[in-house]
Design a protein around this ligand. Structure first.
Ligand code: MTE
Ligand code: MO
Length: 162
């Protein structure tokens, strides 16, 4: 089954239900980066800290579990900067998977023409304090999503450049 986007109806990157999982699935916040040429790199926190950092103010998390919270200032590496640091070939989208099976798909156009709310980033700090693992370290933050938290992927484990 495919829907009108051409993506499989059961695409795990398009979760159909709200599951505000409060439990980190694993302890270690390492992120695996998979490039279109098959190369696979492990990005640990120090590596992420060494990439160009960005802070996005006024982020809201609309949680199914405890309602809306924020505004937060999330700091981390922009997803575009991350891709550009490791890949100079062609690409169209980035799949961001958590270790608990949650995920989200980010299109290249969303990164190259960011929403006025701010660029999509992999966040490792919030309001000047490092994120804890239970808070989602490392967390995908999509500043434009202000009515839901389905794209605010906690515990990012795999970033796949496609
Ligand atoms: N890895 C992962 N990220 C996730 C989820 C999840 O189940 N697993 N749930 C999403 C949903 S539906 C909500 S409402 C928020 C909850 O975020 P919070 O724990 O900061 O309130 O996380 C989002 N990100
Ligand atoms: Mo949710």
């Amino acid at each position: 089954m495919h829907d009108d986007t051409g993506l499989p109806a059961h695409d795990p990157l398009r979760p159909h239900s709200h599951e505000p999982n409060p439990e980190p699935p694993t302890a270690v916040p390492d992120v695996t980066l998979e490039l279109p040429n098959g190369r696979v790199l492990t990005l640990d926190l120090p590596t992420l800290h060494n990439l160009p950092a960005v802070t996005v103010e006024n982020c809201i998390i609309v949680s199914t579990g405890h309602g809306a919270s924020g505004p937060f200032a999330f700091r981390g590496v922009s997803l575009l900067a991350l891709v550009q640091a490791y890949w100079s070939g062609a690409w169209r989208q980035v799949a961001v998977h958590s270790a608990d099976g949650f995920g989200n798909r980010v299109l290249r156009a969303e990164l190259e023409q960011p929403d006025p709310a701010g660029p999509i980033l992999l966040a490792y700090a919030c309001d000047g304090v490092p994120l804890t693992r239970p808070q989602g370290l490392v967390r995908l933050i999509v500043p434009s999503e202000r009515d839901d938290a389905l794209r605010q992927v906690k515990w990012v484990a795999r970033v796949v450049v496609l």
